[in-house]
Design a protein. Structure first.
Length: 214
């Protein structure tokens, strides 16, 4: 089953299980982000900003140090509570050998706390780096971060029973728009895909195709 098919299956399950009120507010927010005219994310040709983030073992990973060793794929995702993110990460785990064969590596960045990232890595058997981005500071530098509006906070906390501020160990209700970046060793963004519709993600083989162009 392709990534697209898996995501469509997850969306069908979402529509079948989640209260209509919550669905309405979530789809409302997706539409608002799509229709504002805002340009999200850094663009092809931009220089990627450096960052230092911590993995679940407490090790610090510096982007520019990693780029010395080869190209880097960055994927910004919402958290382990998001089924669409989990489907995407599992699909990318399957193509990790191909990514490594091309001398590149994959770094996944999420606002969730390191303990949740550790649990996710173990559960999903992820062997690439999963980095915690406290308060979304790196996502913000990549122009992906947004503050969840009050109505969406209410939906998550009181209808879905999910306190994202607590989950992310912060006092802010923030999320990144899912985004993919391919960076070359000169720190330049060679490919970028950002989509406010978190229920759609980039196909793994499309990612490999872009990597081969470097």
């Amino acid at each position: 089953m392709s990534l697209k098919e898996q995501l469509e299956q997850a969306k069908s399950g979402f529509i079948a299980r989640v209260p209509v009120e919550a669905q309405t507010q979530i789809f409302r927010h997706i539409a608002e982000q799509q229709q504002t005219g805002n340009v999200y994310g850094l663009k092809v040709g931009d220089t990627a900003p450096n960052f230092v983030l911590t993995n679940p073992l407490g090790e610090q990973i510096t982007l520019y140090d990693e780029l010395v060793r080869g190209p880097v794929i960055l994927t910004f995702y919402r958290g382990s509570w998001c089924p669409y993110c989990n489907i995407q990460l599992r699909a990318y785990q399957q193509i990790l050998p191909e990514i490594l064969e091309h001398g590149a590596q994959l770094l996944a960045i999420t606002p969730q706390s390191p303990e949740h990232s550790l649990t996710q890595k173990e559960k999903e058997q992820l062997t690439f780096q999963v980095l915690s981005d406290p308060d979304g500071l790196v996502a913000d530098r990549f122009n992906l971060l947004f503050e969840m509006p009050d109505y969406l906070q209410h939906t998550f906390k009181h209808i879905l029973g999910r306190d994202l501020a607590a989950f992310n160990a912060t006092d802010r209700w923030i999320l990144p728009i899912p985004g993919i970046y391919l960076l070359d060793t000169e720190r330049i963004i060679r490919f970028a895909q950002v989509n406010p519709d978190f229920m759609t993600r980039m196909e793994p083989q499309d990612l490999i195709t872009q990597l081969k162009k470097l």
